[in-house]
Design a protein around this ligand. Sequence first.
Ligand code: SF4
Ligand code: SF4
Length: 91
Amino acid sequence: MAYSITSLCVNCFACMDVCPSRAIAEAKPHFVVDARTCTHCEGDYADAQCASICPVEGAILDPDGLAANPPGSLTGIPPERLLALAACSPA
Ligand code: SF4
Ligand code: SF4
């Protein structure tokens, strides 16, 4: 399995420029990772560069299918607090 991009991606281009294997392509409705080309950044960086720079929680999944930047990891807002706020929002 390779890293992958989800529908939460906002097509900001940030990950394309940092991928050492040029595995990320612009696409609609969201950018995509070529699983055959993604190297997990092994040999180039200690961390997946796409996940390191992506500003959107949940937009990139690791090879296990888990969010590389899970809810709260970038904003510092606890997920349970987000749920409580969502419950208070008007529909
Ligand atoms: S994990 Fe590394 S090689 Fe794979 S898509 Fe992300 S930046 Fe590119
Ligand atoms: S950095 Fe994140 S939000 Fe931006 S294009 Fe890549 S996956 Fe999408």
